[in-house]
Design a protein around this ligand. Sequence first.
Ligand code: KIV
Length: 268
Amino acid sequence: MTEFSPARIRVQHLNEMVANGEALTALTCYDALTARILDAAGIDILVVGDSIGNTALGFSSTIQVTLEDIERATSAVMRGTTRAFIIADMPMGTYEEGPAQAIRTAIRLVRAGADAVKLEGGEAFAPTVEALTQAGINVVAHVGYRPHADAALGGPRVQGRDEEESEAIIDDAVSLEKAGAIAVVVEMVPGKLGAKITEILSVPTLGIGAGYRTSGQLLVWPDMAGMTEWQPSYAKRFGEVGAALSNAVTAFRTAVKSREFPDKEHSF
Ligand code: KIV
């Protein structure tokens, strides 16, 4: 694995890892407690995604998420980490009006601790990416399936299945890279397209349901850890943390109800 001197991963370290053929690891994260665990395990990138809406906040989508939600979560994740590169999502409604709005939003997220901000959108957002970059802010683009555009895209379905759609996604990625994006998240596209975008771009790609040939792999952490009964088909469960937590809670409840807890060892 690539060695680098500063504790906190920077853009050049991500590029170096990719150049050395190392896959980038990325997970979403929304709080300091979880951030400490993911950071200590060596995850390279933590994304304070607006999937906080349908995970931690209990909404049915990401569109109810506010800038304050992401700002608060970003500062918590920053406090819980020493190494991971932190990407904060710009929520729906906080950047689409144009560069000035996007810069105001991004500055708040950078002040909260983000190393980069992420925006969903295609070629039309290239001027915004360029303005943010010129303002000295790292931008990560997000193409393919874009949760903010769920209604327009016909729901959460694989994007770029035909030639025309896949060319459009490639054009999006290329124009956003040209505008200054430091990385591109590619969500829910056929593996072949994920590989092609990765081949064409010189910045890293982070695939989420985009096959195995992207520069890195990104998952929503509760999906990865098996916190919920359901997860998208591309998201492998690497643990059964939900079941483990449920067992611990049941054991606590049983011990309290039976007055076995607290015992002598846990009493003053
Ligand atoms: O909101 C989110 O979690 C995302 C993922 C693609 C990281 O945008």
